[in-house]
Design a binder for this molecule. Sequence first.
Ligand code: SF4
Ligand code: SF4
Length: 173
Amino acid sequence: MIKTLKIDVDKCNGCRACEVICSSFHASPRYSSNNPARSRIRVLRDPLRDVYVPVYAGDYTMAECAGRDQYTIDGKVYDECSFCRASCPSREEFKEPDSGLPLKCDMCEGEDQPLCVKWCMVDALTLEIREEEAEEEPAVPEAETLETGLEALADKYGLKTIQTALARLALKE
Ligand code: SF4
Ligand code: SF4
């Protein structure tokens, strides 16, 4: 089962309720705080042009892309990264503010439906579920997840700093 969020930018009014509930659900302990900077869905807002684009976080990417396109849809101009779901080096969205670790939507794991969908009063967000043939699982998913986190930390603090910290940890053991 593949779950995705269908987004209707024409219905979104930029209220940011989705950011509030997402960051609150993922707070530790759960619901103890809310901070849209920690949300896995971010609303790109340009009220003067009536542009509101909710984007939910996808995978981390090490390199920013070379394309810088603009889209004009129904007379509204959307800038370069408006529709991009990646946590990437060229912007602050979808990064844990304290650690710099990438954030990714987990579809509110454990809930009967995504909370951003539930909290969106104007139905700009809809859950879509489709079946796909199961692909063979990679042999070491945990290692890939770990590597992604380390890459993000290396991007933020530099490889040398991470190596020094790891060496210090190894000495403590
Ligand atoms: S809750 Fe709905 S209307 Fe409000 S910002 Fe999010 S997607 Fe847009
Ligand atoms: S589905 Fe859940 S984790 Fe994903 S963006 Fe919505 S509230 Fe956040």
